[in-house]
Design a protein around this ligand. Structure first.
Ligand SMILES: [Fe+2]
Ligand SMILES: [Fe+2]
Length: 221
């Protein structure tokens, strides 16, 4: 195909995608807040996930709240799987980076390491290896070396329990058809999440592009 021909095809494709996107994703306010992302993006299924990450993390936060955990732990549970909405592999690392400029170092640390800790039981707090992982990865699955290294690092870290608590409330037996609200957590978000005045995606931090990608996740370029 000639260069002009392939360029034409690319632009036609881009145009088709752009029209689909306009229908698929509801518009966000000019200066989107974390709650806007929960209400317009995280409550939707993406990346071929079997559930909407927003609904799952809201349930985790409810469980942490009910167990009398600190607001910092409730927030960590509330944000722990947002990386999945963006990209599946290494979602702990992506998810931690996404919120790093806006939360305490401990919260983003806990989110980074929860992914690795999921593979390792801790009977001292009643955390067992997930049944779901046996189905997903098979019996006697050995996690990748970077996961094992992350686990060992976290296990000996003073903040270990912050990440471990996320795994404890990381329950996937929620009602997939329910649409839980972010509303009960707005006060905790207000106290522990430094919402940028320019809006997420427009504050020029090293992670602003990640939020912009989530504003329009199917943009062709
Ligand atoms: Fe996770
Ligand atoms: Fe989770």
């Amino acid at each position: 195909m000639s260069k002009a021909g392939s360029e034409e095809l690319f632009h036609a494709g881009a145009h088709a995608v752009a029209s689909t996107v306009a229908l698929a994703w509801s518009p966000l306010p000019e200066k989107p807040t974390l709650a806007d992302f929960f209400n317009h993006r995280f409550n939707r299924v993406r990346n071929n996930l079997p559930f909407a990450p927003g609904n799952h993390v809201i349930q985790s936060a409810h469980l942490a709240l009910k167990a009398g955990q600190t607001e910092e732990t409730v927030l960590a549970c509330l944000l722990h799987d947002l990386g999945l909405w963006l990209i599946k592999p290494d979602h702990g690392w992506w998810g931690a980076q996404l919120i790093e400029p806006y939360v305490s170092e401990k919260v983003s640390w806990a989110i980074r390491y929860h992914q690795a800790l999921r593979f390792y039981p801790d009977p001292s707090v009643g955390y067992e290896y997930p049944e779901m992982y046996v189905r997903m990865f098979g019996q006697n699955y050995k996690p990748a070396s970077h996961i094992e290294a992350a686990y060992k690092h976290a296990r000996n870290h003073p903040w270990y329990m912050a990440a471990r608590l996320i795994t404890l409330f990381d329950d996937y037996s929620f009602d997939k058809s329910a649409t839980p609200s972010i509303e009960p957590f707005l006060d905790i978000i207000g106290r522990h999440f430094k919402q940028p005045k320019e809006g997420l995606g427009y504050d020029n931090t090293p992670v602003a592009h990640m939020w912009r990608t989530m504003i329009d996740p199917d943009r062709p370029v």
